[in-house]
Every structure is written in structure tokens, then in C-alpha cells.
Design a protein around this ligand. Structure first.
Ligand code: IPE
Ligand code: IPE
Ligand code: MG
Length: 254
């Protein structure tokens, strides 16, 4: 039985659903190469999946969906591939903005957004602005995102506040540090999914992932369907999370 067959018969238990799901959408290039196509075709097909997965995540009651779309390291790819990815982002935002509004979804971008080309950035900022009053699912696009860069920017802001006397060193604790990250105010991801089979984090949500459950699937991102998302959530619901405690005395970390 394939993963999608299993997923079709699943009935998800809303009490055991992850609140925050984060996805490393990997494998577009290899998927295209297998078909003898250019890598950018993989990105184009992958963008179709983005739409479907957002819709499904919302439908099954996920509160926060974080999609790793472009890393700080991805800037070192060939310029043609970067341009194609930025174009796809632009087209996605223009086409899907209304769908986000219709579904009460709020978009946020996490990462060094200032590095995104001006025209695309303007459309991105506009979409963030128009969806900001929405109260439904929070959708994070990690764009020009690096977990290390996130920790550095938080540290710099904290250091600046200490230097200017606004903050005492003793006031820096885990909760405050979390507040200075791009994910400020959000719960940490309960479930991190990586498509395309690699067992690595690739600089994603390094701080926030401390106690996330990890689900790796061999399925490439352009083949990742709503049923695969449901299967990942079902697998999550079977996990026993301990947060460093014993089975008997479990509580969430602060
Ligand atoms: C993920 O697919 C999309 C981005 C990182 C932008 P890749 O482009 O990394 O595809 P593979 O991993 O090379 O197959
Ligand atoms: C991670 O994929 C980044 C995104 C999915 C945006 P990569 O393809 O960049 O990661 P590596 O190079 O395999 O570690
Ligand atoms: Mg990759």
C-alpha cells in the first residue's frame, strides 16, 4: 500500500493534530531531471503543490503553516534559477492573493526580505498588508531565510537594546529570545516535514525546532499531495512526545 492509499482512509483526530506544521519543500530539481526537464520545471510544478497544500492545511485545521521556499544559501544558485524562482513567487502572489483573502489566511514572510528583488518584494509586502487583518490560518513563507541568520538578527537587536540601556542582560531568557526571532508570537513547529528523502535540516528554524517531530518522506515536493500531508499528520498523532520528561510526568517546556 502506498503512502497516499493509506492516507485516503485516515480520519484525523483534531485533538492530536499539529498546530504548527513546517515543510522543507525539497526535490524539485531532481524531480525535473528525472523527466529530462530543466530544474525550473520542477519549481513550476512545485508551486502548484504549494497552492494545494495550503488549501489542505487550512481545511484540516492547521493553525500555522510554514513553508521553506528559499534559503539564504539558495542565493548561490545560478542566476537563471534564482530569477525563475522569483518569477514564480511573483506569479503565485498575484494569482493567489484573492484565494488567501477568501479563506481568511494571513501571509507573513520570514527571512531577509530586503534581499528579494524590488518588484517581487513590493508585491509580497502588499499581499502581507492586505491579508494582515485575516484571523484564520497563518501562512509563513520562508524567503531568503536562514536559521543562523535569524539567530544573529535576534542577537543583534538584543545587544543593541542592552547597549542603549533599554534591557538588562539578566532579562534575556528563552522566551524573550524567541520573541526576537522572525517567528515571534508563534508556537514552535510541532511537525517538520521534509520531502525528497534527505535527513537534514538545511538551516531551517534551528532554534524553533528544538522539540519538533520530524517526518521525512521520499516523495519529491512536486509529487507531494494533500493525502501525503494528511499521512504526515496521522504519523504525528501517533508520536509520543516527551519534551525531556518521563512518560509519567510530561509537560511542555517553557
Ligand atoms: C527545493 O527543490 C526548492 C528550493 C530549494 C528552492 P530543489 O531545487 O532543492 O531540488 P533538488 O533538491 O535539487 O532536487
Ligand atoms: C532546503 O533545500 C531549502 C529549501 C527547501 C528552500 P536545499 O535543497 O537548499 O537544501 P540542501 O542543499 O539539500 O541541504
Ligand atoms: Mg534541494
Amino acid at each position: 500500500m502506498s503512502i497516499s492509499d493509506t492516507a485516503e482512509v485516515l480520519v484525523l483526530d483534531s485533538k492530536k493534530m499539529p498546530r504548527h506544521v513546517a515543510i522543507i519543500m525539497d526535490g524539485n530539481g531532481r524531480w525535473a531531471k528525472l523527466r529530462g526537464w530543466h530544474r525550473t520545471m520542477g519549481h513550476a510544478y512545485g508551486t502548484q503543490r504549494v497552492k494545494e497544500i495550503i488549501r489542505e492545511a487550512d481545511r484540516i485545521g492547521i493553525k500555522v503553516l510554514t513553508l521553506y521556499a528559499f534559503s539564504t544559501e539558495n542565493w548561490s544558485r545560478p542566476s537563471g534559477e534564482i530569477e525563475a524562482l522569483m518569477q514564480l513567487l511573483r506569479d503565485y502572489l498575484l494569482k493567489e492573493r484573492q484565494e488567501l483573502l477568501d479563506n481568511n489566511i494571513r501571509l507573513q514572510a520570514l527571512g531577509q526580505i530586503e534581499r528579494i528583488p524590488t518588484e517581487v518584494r513590493a508585491i509580497l509586502e502588499d499581499t502581507i498588508e492586505v491579508t494582515s487583518p485575516n484571523t484564520g490560518m497563518l501562512l509563513n513563507f520562508c524567503l531568503s531565510y536562514g536559521g543562523r541568520a535569524d539567530i544573529i538578527q535576534a542577537t543583534q537587536r538584543l545587544a543593541r537594546e542592552v547597549a542603549s540601556g533599554q534591557l538588562e542582560i539578566s532579562q534575556i531568557d528563552e522566551a524573550r529570545f524567541s520573541d526576537y526571532l522572525y517567528t515571534s508570537g508563534m508556537p514552535d513547529p510541532d511537525l517538520v516535514i521534509r520531502t525528497s528523502g534527505e535527513f537534514r535540516i538545511s538551516n531551517f528554524l534551528l532554534w524553533q525546532m528544538a522539540y519538533s517531530e520530524i517526518f521525512v518522506t521520499d516523495t519529491s515536493w512536486p509529487d507531494f499531495e494533500p493525502s501525503h500531508l494528511r499521512a504526515a499528520c496521522e504519523a504525528f498523532s501517533q508520536r509520543k512526545r516527551r519534551f525531556g520528561q518521563t512518560d509519567e510526568a510530561q509537560r511542555k517546556p517553557l
